[in-house]
Design a protein around this ligand. Structure first.
Ligand code: CIR
Length: 257
């Protein structure tokens, strides 16, 4: 899957009020802005044209733009985020989506979907059922994806300690290869796939992003980075410390299409 564009939104002045369970203390806004700029530069280095939306003080978590939409095979689906404080983020991102995807579909109530629960893996999509994405939302999304020839597997991730979204614990690395953290390694949903096991002490690194043959990885996880490089995939390490403090990772910071 070749990406040509990305939509991002830099952290706003209210970023430090974002939702978190990480227990890592409050993020530092200037540092987060510098890390975000490096992230954008990395996407550009992968050949993407990046559209940066203005920072939005109304929504502290709005830099995690991935959660607002699912973009796949020319299909755009506007999400219905599971956290009440994030509901308004979808309307705020909608004009940017409309510019590229005429008549996007939408998850309807009572369904909820956060984009962070949606892992595209070539022709197949894994959809996490989490505290944010409910079964109804996951089924609506699966039906929409099927109209584009994409099969889906629902993966219940509720109760996995410290895991916000499915993609907090898995990533697609091309072909049949999936980076999987320990709770996912022996799950039947991934039978037939080739696992790259993420060392337990490096589980945060699982939220890596394959972009046009390169892999964005968080800095500070040498075993995982070496394992990705051993697959023949060049890595682009990025410091994610301030986003991690709000349970965010590399995938959350952009919509890629
Ligand atoms: C939240 O709890 O919604 C944000 N603080 C973090 C969202 C991270 N998004 C993602 O993994 N796709």
């Amino acid at each position: 899957m070749k990406f040509t564009r990305a939509i991002v939104r830099p952290p706003s002045a209210t970023f430090t009020d974002g939702l978190t369970t990480a227990g890592l203390g409050p993020p530092d806004l200037p540092r987060a802005l510098a890390q975000h700029a490096a992230y954008v530069a990395a996407l550009e280095a992968c050949g993407l044209a990046v559209m940066a939306l203005p920072p939005d003080d109304g929504f502290p978590d709005s830099t995690f733009v991935e959660d607002t939409a699912v973009l796949a095979r020319g299909l755009a689906v506007l999400c219905r985020p599971g956290a009440p404080s994030r509901a308004g983020e979808v309307e705020a991102v909608r004009p940017a989506i409309d510019a590229f995807f005429p008549s996007p579909a939408a998850i309807e109530a009572p369904g909820t979907v956060d984009g962070g629960d949606v892992c595209e893996a070539g022709d197949h999509v894994f959809i996490g059922v989490s505290e944010r994405t409910n079964g109804e939302g996951a089924r609506q999304l699966a039906a929409l994806l099927a109209t584009r020839g994409l099969g889906s597997t629902l993966v219940d991730v509720r109760g996995i300690p410290g895991l916000l979204h499915l993609k907090s614990g898995i990533a697609w690395l091309g072909g049949r290869t999936l980076a999987l953290t320990e709770p996912f390694v022996s799950r039947p949903e991934f039978a037939g796939w080739s696992p790259l096991r993420v060392p337990p002490e490096e589980s945060y690194a699982a939220n890596a992003v394959l972009v046009n043959g390169r892999v964005l990885v968080a800095t500070g996880f040498p075993r995982f980075e070496a394992a990705v490089a051993a697959l023949g995939l060049p890595t682009l390490p990025l410091d994610m410390s301030e986003f991690r403090k709000l349970d965010g990772g590399l995938s959350c910071l952009s919509l890629r299409f």
